[in-house]
Each structure stands twice: as C-alpha cells, then as structure tokens.
Design a protein around this ligand. Structure first.
Ligand code: ZN
Ligand code: ZN
Length: 254
C-alpha cells in the first residue's frame, strides 16, 4: 500500500503540518492536513476518512473537505469515527453554527449529500470497499480510538494520540501481515510529566509501548511538537530498537 503522510506533527507552521494520512489515494486517517495539501481533484478521490478524535489538530481540514465534496460530483464522503467521537463532532462542529451539517443538504452536482457519517463500535471490525476497519479505543484526554486497517493483504495500525495503552497492541499482535504502525511521541523525555498529564507519549514511553508490540514492522513516531523535533528524533534513535523510526512528511510504499 501507499502511505502519503500529509502531516506528521502535533503543531503547525509553514514547514510542519498537522496529522493527516492518505492510503492509496482514497482512504484518509485524520484530517488535520488534507485540503491544505491536496488539489481539488485529489480531494474528490477520497472516499472515506477515519477520525481518531475531535481535537482541532486532527479535524482542522475536515469541514473544508466536506464543503469541497459538496461542490463536486463525486458523491458523499464517508466519515468514520467511534460513536462517542461522532457525537462530539455533531454537537460541537457540524452543528449548524460552527459549520453546516452537510449530511442534511443535497449537493446540486451529485444529487446526494456531501457527507455521510458512520459511527463505529470499538472492537467491531467492519468492511468498506474491501478494506477491514477496526476501531480500538486508546487512552487520551478525551474519547479517542485508533484504527487497524487491513487492505490488499496488508495491515497498518494508527493508534492516533494516546498515552500508554493496551488493547490496540493486543489486537495488533493478533493481526496478520502488519506492515507499519504509526503512533506518536509528542514531547521529549525531559517533559515526561507533561506527556503523562496530557495523555501523550515521549520517546521513553514510546519505548515502553514498543515492548508490548510483538510484530516485526516499523513503528513510527508521529505528532512531534515542533520545538522538540530534533530532541525527539535523537531520543527515538537512542532506544536502539531497529523498528523505531520517526515519521516524515513524505510518501511511503509499504
Ligand atoms: Zn493531536
Ligand atoms: Zn489529541
């Protein structure tokens, strides 16, 4: 599979982008960066996006992706999230005040709504366009779930923002042919207290999480905070685990 990393940081400036991943050009995970880095026609090819949690750095481009879809003939974008995440998005974002609810408005171009919401039950695998999706709850400051995606005989795991967690690793260890895991390391080791308080990982706790993972696949640290990116990178390297890498904003073939 092809993984296009549109944003690999937990903050943004002119050279660093918020979390956003695109698989095989049609399936996105998180929407911090999608519209801001994709052409209008590339956006039209996205069929679905999985949202891990409603923090602003993971949904920034979602209202605009939906709005652009409304102005295209491609038909509805499918937004996947767990039920509790979806309820927050509906109540606090797509509520007719911050942004319209485009699931209720028919596009003149497609004759259909711009978006359809699909709430997932954590732990329950569904199939969409021949891709297996399993949302798995993780441990973050607000309701949050990662996702295990199985496509074309390969699997990739995105826990999203999380502190130390268990269930998604148990599931990952039972999944066939995992080719990559994209987790996080937000703060450097000397800010471990802040990482713990905000339910994020540092390279040190990233290293502890690695020990829970038995699959032999690269484990990427995403969501670095900008001022500490070099520190985090060297601390990840110092873990001396050949699976441990930092995630870069580039295209990966897995
Ligand atoms: Zn985040
Ligand atoms: Zn978050």
């Amino acid at each position: 599979m092809r993984l296009k990393v549109l944003g690999a940081y937990g903050a943004s400036d002119a050279e660093h982008n918020l979390t956003g991943y695109l698989l095989d050009d049609w399936l996105a995970v998180d929407a911090g960066t999608l519209t801001s880095k994709l052409s209008f026609s590339q956006q039209g090819r996205i069929q679905a996006v999985f949202i891990t949690h409603p923090h602003a750095d993971h949904i920034r481009d979602l209202p605009h992706l939906i709005h652009n879809r409304f102005s295209q003939s491609a038909g509805p974008l499918t937004v996947f999230a767990t039920k509790d995440v979806m309820e927050i998005l509906s109540r606090d974002v797509f509520n007719g005040t911050i942004w319209p609810d485009f699931s209720e408005i028919i596009s003149p171009l497609s004759g259909k709504p711009g978006v359809q919401y699909r709430a997932l039950t954590p732990g329950k695998r569904i199939v969409f366009n021949e891709v297996g999706l399993t949302a798995v709850a993780v441990d973050h400051a607000i309701p949050a779930a990662g996702v295990i995606l199985e496509m074309n005989g390969q699997a990739i795991v995105f826990p999203g923002d999380t502190g130390p967690t268990q269930e998604i690793w148990k599931r990952t260890n039972k999944t066939q042919n995992v080719v990559a895991i994209v987790t996080e390391a937000s703060f450097p080791n000397d800010q471990q207290a802040l990482a713990d308080e905000t339910a994020h990982l540092s390279p040190q706790t990233f290293g502890d999480e690695l020990k829970k993972i038995t699959v032999d696949a690269p484990v990427y640290a995403s969501h670095r905070k900008i001022p500490y990116e070099r520190d985090i990178e060297s601390q990840i390297r110092n873990l001396r685990d050949r699976r441990a890498r930092v995630l870069l904003e580039k295209n990966y073939t897995l």
